[in-house]
Design a protein around this ligand. Structure first.
Ligand code: NAD
Length: 471
């Protein structure tokens, strides 16, 4: 059993003083494989105080030195890539091979991508007789979820540090290992004391103490819309700057003339990635009724490939969900959809006798008013919904309270692009175009406020000052 008792405050590993000992569960064996102590209220206060003390020095550190420091941390972190990939895989359930690439390789590459883009920010411009400057917001509380733990931490810490902010991170209590390892890398890379601080613990306890602290200038949160709503109310009460990356119910809209086979394959891959525990996954497939039969056949063939098993096994395509609670929630949502009239596309996969598994599930005959068509499932469940004409398809794509991502499949022409322009979501892919880490990422409506990634991600942590120059 691994025991972690340390936090990282003011440049030093310190012993957590909280009363709770939190378990980390292996989502395949269902066994607790690590325990760690949570921070006390005083630990959180000390972390914020350290971040405040460090702010003046760090915000005045030349940009090229901040960039070099970020690159140093990425190098120290990448030494532990393999250990990180397997720890995240145990915590979250993602197959190891995928975890190495997506949970670790991609975020470490993102440290470099942010470092490259930092010089492109308009740090100082002239507008008439005014000097318009971008300056760091201050001390940022970063709160992150479990599904892509290192990726979510990266999307906050790196741009915040490049902007010149100092941070206190409270990672997910369910998947804390990457944060422990990041603190070690930061320690090794020698970032000035107080620039980065780490406190562990549950959301309502340690998270709440952190976001309510009067000396925190900004809250950057990724997680559920439910918790996001509460966090926004705290930020509103104290007039703190706020960035929210929340849930999604993204749709892939398949237009007449699209390559159906590619569209279904890519949508299934997006929906089932990380066993459906991906905020920006396509979880609704919108097709014209005339396409339905072929789409169902294609989905049925593809379902046969989603073999469940030990995430450490190279042949495993679909890992377990993160927890028993998540497994039960997803199963209940599937049952409720069937009770409301949805149909499952038949497929059989042996379910391992341990692990929080839910088989890859495709539901057809889903109507837009069903719960499953509107609420985030966060499991491997794709809903096929029929539209009448393209106008109706666009309406359905935009018809939920979320707006995180979308996809449009159609002939490679202006008409397809013009449909993509009408999707009310933060990122829209046409015909399977790959993810671009330099492009902004974030949501409309209840999917959030603000943007991560690229130059926009850094600007999220900056205030704007106009200095009027005398004639
Ligand atoms: P969650 O909201 O339960 O928890 C997220 C984090 O918030 C955790 O660290 C938790 O401890 C903390 N927290 C909870 N209550 C808090 C409070 N009162 N004060 C301060 N902190 C608090 O979410 P989760 O289950 O960890 O993650 C899954 C959710 O995250 C899904 O809804 C998913 O869509 C969303 N998500 C969104 C994005 C995005 O970029 N839009 C990315 C990943 C996940």
């Amino acid at each position: 059993m691994l025991k972690h008792n340390h936090l990282f405050i003011d440049g030093a590993m310190t012993i957590a003083q909280g009363e709770d000992e939190l378990p980390v569960t292996d989502s395949f064996t269902e066994e607790v494989f690590a325990r760690y102590r949570s921070a006390s209220r005083e630990d959180v206060q000390e972390a914020v105080a350290a971040a405040r003390r460090a702010f003046t020095g760090w915000s005045n550190t030349p940009l090229n030195e901040r960039i070099a420091a970020v690159r140093g941390v990425a190098a120290a972190l990448s030494v532990h890539s393999e250990v990180l990939a397997s720890a995240i895989s145990r915590e979250v359930g993602m197959p190891c091979k995928l975890s190495a690439r997506i949970q670790v390789g991609a975020p470490i590459a993102a440290w470099e991508s942010y470092a490259e883009l930092a010089a492109d920010v308009d740090w100082e411009t002239r507008v008439g007789h005014s000097l318009v400057q971008k300056v760091p917001v201050g001390v940022v509380a970063c709160i992150t979820p479990w599904n892509y733990p290192l990726h979510q931490i990266t999307g906050k810490i790196v741009p915040a540090l490049l902007a010149g902010c100092t941070v206190v991170l409270k990672p997910s209590e369910i998947a804390p290992t990457s944060a422990f390892m990041l603190a070690e890398a930061i320690h090794k890379a020698g970032l000035p004391p107080g620039v980065f601080n780490l406190v562990h613990g549950s959301g309502p306890d340690v998270g709440e103490t952190l976001i309510s602290h009067p000396d925190v200038d900004m809250i950057s949160f990724t997680g559920s819309t439910h918790a996001g709503r509460h966090i926004a109310s705290v930020a509103g009460r104290d007039i703190k700057r706020l960035a929210l990356e929340l849930g999604g119910k993204s749709a892939a809209l398949v237009l007449p003339g699209a390559d159906l086979s590619l569209a279904v394959k890519a949508t299934m891959a997006s929906c089932m990635l990380n066993s459906g525990q991906t905020c920006s996954s396509m979880t609704r497939l919108l097709v014209q009724r005339s396409m339905l039969h072929e789409v169902e056949q294609l989905a049925k063939e593809l379902l046969a490939g989603y073999r469940m098993g030990d995430p450490a096994d190279a042949g495993t395509r679909l890992g377990p969900l993160v927890s028993k609670m998540q497994q039960q929630k997803v199963q209940a949502m599937i049952e409720a959809a069937l009770a409301q009239g949805a149909q499952t596309i038949e497929s059989y996969q042996p379910v391992p006798d341990r692990g929080f598994f839910v088989p890859a599930t495709v539901l057809s005959e889903v109507s837009p008013d069903m719960t499953i068509a509107n609420e985030e499932v966060f499991g491997p469940v794709l809903s096929i919904i029929c539209y009448d004409d393209v106008e109706n398809g666009i309406e359905l794509a935009n018809g939920t309270e979320y707006g995180l991502a979308g996809a449009v499949w159609g002939p490679p022409d202006e008409a397809t692009l013009s449909v993509a322009r009408r999707i009310r979501a933060g990122q829209v892919d046409i015909n399977g175009a790959p993810f671009n880490p330099a492009a902004p990422f974030g949501g409309f409506k209840k999917s959030g406020i603000g943007r991560e990634n690229g130059k926009d991600g850094i600007e999220e942590f900056l205030e704007t000052v106009a200095i009027q120059l005398p004639a």
